[in-house]
Ligand binder design. Structure first.
Ligand SMILES: *[C@@H]1O[C@H](CO)[C@@H](O)[C@H](O)[C@H]1NC(C)=O
Length: 351
């Protein structure tokens, strides 16, 4: 009796071991905007770049890679948490080759959106072209590893998608075109439809483990506080933008449920950073921050990209005291807190 029981126990453990090994994520594959761009924009002729100091001053070697941050961004932390490399390189970065990209690759482009009209604003990579680069990557991966190994990576990889903020802030609320066509609720529905098409296309190309990121309370980005200030409404968060972010996250949540029901063998999760981010912004001291209303770089009120340069005398010395690095992007410390939370509470289903 005891012998049989032990055997079953061992068999159970063995099966668990086998299934765990099979479930392991062999690569991180990233699509989206500046929240996750590791430097693809360096190769474009756009004004939206960050491959110069003080960007990257807390990255490995103090290197300005094109990440819109003083250090690492969420895909880097997530890759590390999955036991892969501590950073995910940009597909267009000439420093890396297919042997690096086999365990992690980023197709994201700062300034882009779900909407084609958004990527046009600053001449960056539209989402459909990120997919074209991904198809190109698949070809290279198959040539490098052989079809079978490559296909296993493609289907077992964790796909991170983080995009949407620019559709609202750079496009809808800045330019007249989309506002003349859609009210904000209709625009959200339009974007959610584009997100659905995008994920279905990734699925048809082999993706099975997908994390769709929600939006942060974008009305609390220092740039939006500044425009609130200029608009004569004090320097607080632009609450109307936060309401839109929350509502859009709700639509994405519905989409995730729908896709899990429709697509055989897929696992899609919503990585919603809204609540954690809001807690940080509302009570920065609880997370070890001192400043949240302005960013570290330059005056912290409006600068990003080329306006955040190494000659600005106002740039802070310790970015860890700040929630935001530039007027639109979190510091590495904020990215780490958000990523840790996601790994622990959402992405753990893929571990
Ligand atoms: C975006 O542009 C691409 C390339 O021109 C096109 O194939 C796609 O249909 C466009 N998407 C929408 C929603 O218009």
């Amino acid at each position: 009796m005891a012998y049989t029981y032990t055997s079953w126990l061992l068999l159970g453990q063995l099966l668990l071991l086998v299934s765990n090994t099979a479930a392991k994520v062999p690569a991180i594959i990233v699509f989206g905007d500046s929240s996750v761009d590791a430097g693809n924009n360096n190769q474009l002729s756009t004004v939206l770049k960050s491959n110069f100091k003080p960007y990257g001053r807390d990255f490995y070697g103090g290197r300005a890679t094109g990440r819109f941050c003083n250090g690492r961004i969420p895909p880097d932390f997530i890759s590390e948490a999955f036991g892969l490399k501590p950073y995910v390189p940009a597909y267009l970065d000439p420093m890396y080759t297919i042997s690096d990209f086999a365990v992690g690759v980023c197709f994201a482009s700062a300034g882009t959106g779900y909407d084609n009209a958004t990527s046009d604003v600053l001449s960056v990579i539209p989402l459909w072209r990120e997919v074209e680069y991904y198809k190109d990557y698949q070809k290279k991966l198959r040539a490098y590893l052989g079809v079978q190994k490559a296909n296993r990576i493609i289907s077992e990889a964790l796909y991170l998608i983080s995009i949407g903020t620019n559709d609202f802030l750079e496009n809808y609320y800045t330019l007249p075109n989309r506002r003349s066509q859609y009210n904000v609720d209709q625009y959200q529905t339009f974007l959610a439809g584009l997100a659905e098409n995008f994920i279905k296309e990734l699925y048809s190309l082999g993706a099975r483990k997908i994390s769709l990121a929600g939006l942060v309370p974008m009305g609390c980005l220092p740039l939006e506080r500044t425009s609130n200030l200029i608009g004569g409404n004090g320097g607080g968060c632009q609450e109307s933008y936060n309401i839109v972010a929350k509502s859009f996250n709700g639509k994405l949540s519905g989409l995730v449920n729908k896709l899990n029901g429709e697509l055989l063998g897929v696992k899609v999760v919503l990585s919603n950073p809204y609540d954690t981010f809001q807690q940080i912004v509302q009570k920065p001291s609880a997370f070890g921050f001192e400043v949240t209303a302005v960013a570290c770089c330059a005056t912290g009120m409006f600068e990003m990209g080329y306006m955040c340069d190494q000659f600005n005398p106002f740039t802070c010395t310790d970015a860890n005291k700040y929630v935001f690095w530039d007027s639109f992007h979190p510091t590495e410390k904020t990215n780490r807190i958000i990523s840790d939370h996601m790994v622990k509470h959402v992405l753990n289903v893929f571990m």
